[in-house]
Design a protein around this ligand. Structure first.
Ligand SMILES: [Fe+2]
Ligand SMILES: [Fe+2]
Length: 179
């Protein structure tokens, strides 16, 4: 099989391989958003309505807050499994934040509240609350936006957050089994 170039229409990152991964290895969106290198279009530079700008700022704050939360958890936990899972989530949320930064153009990052590591169980609970909030937010933001590319981005990132929610459920089950 020949080596192909896949490029994510949401985050813009490039993946090289024989076949498409199930999800983007960088931003976690389903593989339907991965296109060939030649088919990829730069759509980050679009005109935005005021409500879309406001939603993008809220989205950026949400992603930075979740990213910092996951960073505190993977640095605080003693469990190798949680460390690896949450470090992965940290990287995905960091990628989401960078998508929104690209669409918002240069500006200072919004200030967010810091959430410190408490325990593994508390972290999984907090993670699933955060991911639920994210899914709800993107569902609402999708309804409020009219720009086609922005709608694609909000819809795709919502699917990535839904996957995170499923991951939290799996981790919670495992912890309950071993506790
Ligand atoms: Fe991506
Ligand atoms: Fe995210």
């Amino acid at each position: 099989m020949e080596i192909k170039i896949f490029r994510c229409q949401i985050c813009g990152e490039v993946y090289v391989g024989k076949k498409s991964p199930a999800t983007c290895p960088f931003c976690g969106v389903p593989k339907s958003y991965l296109v060939s290198g030649e088919a990829w279009k730069n759509q980050f530079d679009i005109e935005l309505s005021q409500i879309s700008k406001d939603n993008l700022l809220k989205a950026l704050a949400l992603e930075i807050s979740n990213m910092e939360f996951y960073e505190n958890v993977f640095k605080g936990t003693q469990s190798m499994e949680i460390q690896s899972t949450f470090k992965g989530l940290f990287k995905v949320e960091r990628e989401h934040a960078s998508v929104f930064r690209k669409m918002l153009k240069p500006g200072a990052d919004p200030q967010v509240e810091i959430s410190l590591y408490k325990s593994d169980i508390e972290s999984i609970k907090e993670s699933s609350e955060r991911e639920k909030r994210a899914v709800d937010f993107y569902t609402q933001a999708l309804k409020e936006s009219t720009e086609p590319f922005l709608r694609t981005v909000f819809g795709a990132i919502m699917l990535a957050e839904k996957d995170h929610l499923a991951l939290d459920e799996q981790m919670a089950e495992k912890i309950e089994i071993t506790a």
